[in-house]
Write a new protein. Structure first.
Length: 250
């Protein structure tokens, strides 16, 4: 039986990924900060899934949780999905929350991958996946720390993809656009091409199975964002100063 460990697996995309792999007959481990969210979605007697109450910014906690889950059947796949966004999109950042974002969105990925590699390298196989965002392709107004952490995750995975091939370990970064989750429910603005979490999970699972290095979706929004990432930055800044595309507040 194959095994997957998913961080932030009790809500949003992580929850749907956990359900998808359970339906495939995988042994699933998920972690989160709140036990009640796990019990609400999976019940107390769910089979083939184990919950670990740990914050991804806790390096030692992540190591012990993933090690505990891997006992017996090993670890085939880890998905670093846990992430947080800005409470509100303001021109002046909330620096305390921005620092928290770095610990969860970036260091949380590193701690998850570190724990997984301790197990995968000796076995000579495995797959690391991080959920980034298309927000990582450009510095978006109002979400400076979010864009920065997601950009860092994309480049971190790209480097690891090159470095870990010698160990037969695949690395994938997933860059979704707007997905219906508790994270996006707080957005007061329009969200073009938004898709539902189960559909997002379906697309992510397929990309993982194909061992893609990077996968962005939905197609049209991803294409627009990628074009914006390569145009001259003076053009980009002019475009993003248009009120319809700038969601940051004073």
């Amino acid at each position: 039986m194959k095994s997957v460990f998913i961080t932030g697996g009790t809500t949003g995309i992580g929850l749907e990924l956990a359900r998808a792999y359970m339906s495939k007959g995988w042994r699933v481990g998920v972690c989160g900060r709140e036990l009640n969210k796990f019990e609400e979605n999976f019940g107390k007697g769910s089979h083939n899934i184990t919950f670990y109450q740990v914050d991804v910014s806790d390096r030692d906690g992540m190591k012990s949780s993933i090690l505990s889950f891997s006992q017996g059947d090993g670890l085939d796949l880890v998905i670093a999905n846990a992430g947080i966004s800005h409470k509100s999109k303001t021109k002046v950042p909330d620096f305390d929350w921005s620092y928290r974002m770095v610990h969860v969105n970036l260091l949380g990925v590193m701690y998850t991958f570190e724990a997984a590699l301790d197990l995968m390298i000796p076995r000579g196989k495995g797959h690391l996946v991080a959920i980034s965002s298309i927000a990582g392709y450009n510095g978006l107004p109002g979400v400076s720390a979010y864009s920065a952490t997601k950009a860092a995750v994309i480049k971190y995975c790209e480097s690891l993809h090159l470095d870990l091939r010698q160990f037969n370990i695949n690395v994938t970064s997933i860059c979704p656009g707007f997905v219906e989750t508790p994270l996006t429910a707080r957005n007061p603005h329009s969200m073009p091409f938004i898709i539902k979490a189960p559909k997002a999970a379906e697309l992510i699972v397929k990309a993982i199975e194909k061992k893609k290095m990077t996968y962005s979706f939905p197609f049209i929004l991803s294409g627009i964002v990628r074009v914006l990432s390569i145009i001259p930055r003076t053009w980009y800044r002019t475009f993003m100063n248009i009120k319809s595309f700038n969601y940051s507040k004073d």
